[in-house]
Design a protein around this ligand. Structure first.
Ligand code: DC
Length: 244
């Protein structure tokens, strides 16, 4: 298998990674598409002095790479082979955003295109792709002090995390948020198109055989429909009081 090397610089508030007795445990955040996991998770991680990893970007990177190489995303063997030979790394920008570099190229800006949105669920459903990504995610979590967001973090990647959060909101609320993001970046897409693409993704993500999106038994559900961004972050910080 090719080297899928993910690296995140540590931000440990003076605690050395080798000093495991002082390293606080990882925190898992899961939820459906556009539930705010990435933006809230990043702000939350910064508030508690943790690193942040958006695992969705890793599946998006595998998808972008497959599409660029002309791989039929419905052919799981070819998708697996493309993921195995992909050299990638995850790093942090100064503002705490994850950056994805594939074969030396920073591809981060391509990863939220509609093209990737429409193909990523199929790629993320491939068992071999998940094995590669989960191995890297567990390695990074082993360094501690990380907020990791995705679909299977509390159920599969970090089942022993002492705090598991499930962020959610109605499909329409989530589509409206994504629509605003597109408008802000100058991309014209109809709200209904976004809603349909997102509902389709939710359906595939929660009904697939490999690590479907589901609520961990011990996860705390945070419904963000009626909360502001800051209120959600405050709520998550409050939840850490019992575990950190
Ligand atoms: O969170 P997101 O929308 O960027 O995720 C992109 C896709 O990756 C989505 O279809 C679900 C999938 N995914 C996954 O299967 N497991 C994860 N841990 C994270 C994302």
């Amino acid at each position: 298998m090719g080297e899928g090397c993910a690296r995140l610089p540590s931000r440990t508030n003076g605690i050395r990674l080798s000093d495991t007795s002082n390293v606080r445990p990882p925190i898992a955040i899961d939820g459906p598409a556009v539930s705010g996991k990435s933006s809230v998770g990043k702000a939350f991680a910064s508030r508690i002095g943790y690193r942040f990893l958006d695992t969705g970007l890793m599946y998006r990177a595998a998808t972008w790479n497959a599409v660029q190489n002309g791989v039929d995303i419905n052919d799981s063997q070819s998708v697996s082979a493309a993921a195995e030979s992909m050299e990638f790394s995850v790093t942090d920008s100064d503002s705490g955003d994850n950056l994805i570099v594939i074969n030396g190229e920073n591809v981060t800006k391509h990863l939220h295109s509609i093209e990737v949105d429409d193909a990523v669920s199929a790629v993320a459903a491939v068992g071999r792709v998940r094995e590669i990504m989960v191995a890297e995610q567990r390695r990074l979590a082993g360094e501690g002090e990380i907020v990791m967001v995705g679909r299977d973090i509390g159920t599969v990647v970090l089942p022993d995390a002492p705090l598991k959060i499930y962020l959610t909101a109605t499909a329409r609320t989530r589509a409206i948020r994504r629509h605003k993001d597109f408008i802000a970046e100058g991309t014209e897409v109809e709200l209904e198109v976004i809603l349909r693409s997102m509902e389709q993704r939710d359906l595939v993500d929660s009904s697939r055989e490999n690590s479907p999106l589901k609520l961990a038994d011990d996860a705390v559900v945070v419904d963000t429909d009626d909360l502001t961004f800051d209120q959600v972050v405050d709520r998550l910080v409050d939840l850490t009081e019992d575990v950190l």
